[in-house]
Design a protein around this ligand. Structure first.
Ligand SMILES: [Fe+2]
Ligand SMILES: [Fe+2]
Length: 483
């Protein structure tokens, strides 16, 4: 029977902003729109998840893997720590690491965040967290209970329960181009994994930045968004038989597997930001007898205390995220141009849009009327479709399919598998673009494509789950040699 003490909840990217840090007005509304996450509702969202955790008396351990607050200000850190204290008072063991949003640069690294309070008309400076103060501030939530603490980075190892150890890597690096451990930290990490293995424990890792790129497009466009030294960490995991690293930062739900030529493998299980429309946490359970690690996702239906103007919490929050803003902009462009311009502020060049309302309305009308069959014809794929698929393509709109794709960007698991009309239409069109990019040597696009890849391959990540089949859940063996 499974030992319930070997379960833990994982929450990441809560981007908590204290209510003391802002008043209603354009400055903070613009900040929220620019960051494209639900900053105003961040306390209510975090509390909704905490209530779920408190209602589960079988799971003792709760971990947070960074970007706990949004902008390094102290008021938000105090508010966030109060929530941790609430969990510990209820008997939970809480382990925390931090990331770049949790402190402000003091000129000694590449972190450019600066904390401020948002007034009705602007911002004013406020007390902020320095990187060197983080370890002390969160000492009671992980470092204090640690089997081993690597003080320079703030990384540590905790015993989740009998037979399971978790290495909480604090990948603070230089705050931008290298968010990873330095040489002494890498050495410490290797020693900790060895110590766990020698004790006969299963060793799991957690770190803020992703170790495997969640999407093909991410690999070369933004290497600095990955864990600094990710290739070295993958190698270490394979050599030392560590099967899983839990990550955050990219704000998307994503499970990706890497296997080398000799069949050794590891998983990067990325969890979406708590403050997304489809914010989720994960519950991880390790059965030490069978060695099976089971990972599930838990979202929310409602956010108590959140004023949503009659919408569901999801609908309300969706229109604060990038895909939701875009969807709303397209709708408003055709119906209410003033409202369109007002929502575009901070996202699109409003001065240019103001001058060309007819052009924008024309473009939006064309986009909304576009059929999948037209796109398939452009790509040369329509003729190859079976008669039923041709009919389907004539009846379906590109915009409807794009809305579905956008809805799945953060929670993962888009539904357009290779047998669908949507896949066939988009695939043929993008394959045509690939050919055009090569034929006309369009370098601006070519340099975005990783070697050996293509636009079609990059787009596939967004059409369906071509990774492990589910970004929401997975069961796998932690035992050496198991598939
Ligand atoms: Fe984040
Ligand atoms: Fe981050």
């Amino acid at each position: 029977m499974s030992d319930t003490r070997n379960s833990f909840y994982l929450l990441t990217d809560s981007h908590f902003v204290s209510k003391k840090q802002w008043v209603e007005g354009e400055p903070f509304t613009m900040r929220e729109r620019g960051d494209q996450i639900a900053l105003k509702a961040s306390p209510e969202i975090l509390d909704a998840f905490i209530e779920k955790i408190l209602a589960d008396d079988e799971t003792e351990v709760v971990i947070f893997t960074g970007d706990n607050v949004n902008n390094g200000d102290m008021e938000s850190h105090y508010g966030f720590r109060e929530r941790l204290e609430r969990l510990t008072q209820a008997g939970k063991k809480v382990y925390v690491t931090t990331a770049t949003h949790d402190y402000c640069g003091a000129g000694d690294d590449e972190n450019g965040f600066s904390a401020c309070r948002y007034t009705a008309t602007g911002t004013e400076p406020c007390e902020f967290m320095r990187k060197s103060e983080l370890l002390g501030f969160y000492y009671d939530y992980g470092p204090k209970q640690a089997l081993s603490l690597h003080e320079p980075s703030g990384s540590y190892v905790v015993q989740v329960g009998p037979g399971v150890r978790l290495v909480m890597i604090n990948d603070n690096g230089n705050g931008r181009s290298h968010c990873g451990l330095f040489e002494d930290g890498v050495k410490w990490l290797g020693e900790q994994i060895d110590a766990g293995n020698a004790a006969g424990d299963f060793v799991l890792l957690a770190v803020h930045h992703p170790v495997l790129p969640p999407w093909e497009v991410f690999r070369h466009m933004a290497d600095f968004e990955l864990y600094g030294g990710y290739d070295g960490l993958v190698k270490m995991m394979l050599e030392k038989n560590v099967r899983v690293v839990f990550t955050g930062h990219v704000h998307v739900h994503n499970i990706r597997k890497y296997a080398d030529d000799s069949g050794r493998w590891m998983l990067d299980i990325a969890t979406t930001a708590l403050v997304n429309a489809a914010g989720m946490m994960r519950r991880v359970t390790v059965d030490t007898d069978s060695g099976i690690c089971d990972v599930r996702s838990i979202g929310f239906d409602a956010v108590p205390g959140l004023e949503t103007n009659g919408e569901s919490a999801y609908e309300y929050l969706y229109h604060l995220n990038a895909p939701g803003i875009f969807e709303k902009l397209v709708d408003l462009a055709g119906t209410d141009y003033q409202a369109f311009l007002s929502l575009a502020k901070g996202v699109l060049p409003v001065d240019k849009l103001e001058k060309h309302p007819h052009l924008v309305r024309w473009g939006v009308k064309k986009l909304k009327g576009l059929k999948l069959s037209t796109v398939a014809k452009w790509g040369g794929g329509f003729g190859k479709m079976a008669p039923e698929m041709k009919n389907d393509a004539r009846n379906k709109k590109v915009w409807d399919a794009l809305k579905v794709i956008m809805k799945h960007v953060y929670p993962g698991d888009a539904p357009f598998t290779p047998e669908t009309t949507e896949y066939a239409a988009f695939e043929s069109f993008i394959a045509k673009l690939d050919r055009l990019v090569v034929r006309f040597k369009i370098d601006a696009v070519r340099k975005l494509i990783p070697p050996g890849s293509s636009l079609a391959e990059m787009a596939e990540d967004f059409l369906y789950n071509n990774r492990t089949g589910s970004d929401a859940e997975i069961s796998f063996s932690l035992k050496d040699g198991d598939e």
